[in-house]
Design a protein around this ligand. Structure first.
Ligand code: GUN
Length: 282
């Protein structure tokens, strides 16, 4: 039997709908900082600006030239930190090559109260405490959880395998599952016998960036499969999961595109609303 398709487009549209009223009352403002012209960034940013517009949220795109020096970017971050009208901002990654070694320094400079990407040590560290402290979680893991919640897929007590242990996706996603009482296995490039871990998963999440990594043989019949990988190929965007084969084994599966991508952007919008809410409380 073919798996249920978990549409991120549909779930994101519901999440954005819920945010619209809050945006009207709170009037938050998002700023997206871009340095250079990475083609993937261009398309992500377009989506972020479009979603902002759809929910009536003020959004500004601050685009610095590719050759900008670190001091210029740091000055802009300082300006955004101290501008009370800016509720949240992100620095779109990757940065151009000459700045890429400075990413930790750039992220450290962002005021955690405005860190709507949830990338700062403060916001990541808070997640470690419990679900209640996930105030500004990174958008992609938050999008995965929101998608499962939208489709009423239970998490407590489930065996969850997360493939990928990046700071932006795999590690925080594993933490969010643990916060919801799942039994979590985190796999990565050095994992021995990956299939032995994927095959026991009730919920399998994959965030590696290797098209076709997960084959039907690696999936437990009836599992929920969440494909977070996105790779641009000559045949278009590809996830990490062999979708056509795995959908015949899984009970539910996310497509690429149209799965986690839209959820990520919607979660960023939600973080910006939450940031403004908290700023008004302070
Ligand atoms: N590059 C790819 N995804 C992201 C994201 O979620 N945030 C930022 N800042 N850069 C990205």
């Amino acid at each position: 039997m073919s798996a249920r398709i978990l549409s991120g487009k549909e779930a994101a549209s519901a999440l954005l709908g819920e945010l619209t009223l809050k945006v009207k009352t709170l009037d938050p403002k998002l700023v997206v900082v871009q340095v250079g012209d990475n083609p993937a960034s261009e398309s992500y940013i377009k989506q972020k600006m479009k979603n902002s517009q759809e929910i009536g949220m003020r959004a500004e795109h601050r685009h610095l030239p590719k050759e900008s020096e670190l001091s210029v970017l740091m000055a802009l971050i300082e300006e955004l930190n101290s501008d009370a009208d800016v509720s949240g901002f992100i620095v779109q990654l990757p940065l151009p090559d000459h700045l890429s070694a400075h990413v930790p320094q750039v992220i450290r400079a962002i005021d955690p109260k405005k860190d709507v990407d949830g990338f700062t040590a403060y916001n990541l560290g808070k997640m470690f405490l419990s679900k209640e402290f996930e105030h500004l979680p990174p958008a992609t893991p938050a999008g995965v959880i929101a998608l499962l919640e939208y489709y009423d897929i239970p998490i407590r007590g489930q065996n969850v395998t997360v493939v990928g242990h990046s700071n932006l996706v795999g590690k925080p996603l594993s933490t969010m599952f643990l916060n919801r009482d799942a039994t979590v296995t985190t796999c990565h490039i050095h994992t021995k016998d990956l299939a032995s871990h994927t095959k026991t998963a009730d919920i399998l999440c994959v965030a590696v960036g290797k098209p076709g990594l997960i084959t039907a043989k690696m999936v437990k019949p009836g599992a929920v499969v969440v494909d977070i990988g996105i790779t641009r190929t000559d045949e278009g965007l590809k996830g990490d999961v062999d979708f056509d084969a795995v959908k015949e084994v899984a009970s539910a599966i996310t497509p690429v595109p149209g799965g986690i991508g839209p959820m990520t952007v919607a979660s960023l919008m939600r973080n910006c609303v939450r940031a403004k809410e908290r700023q008004l409380e302070l």
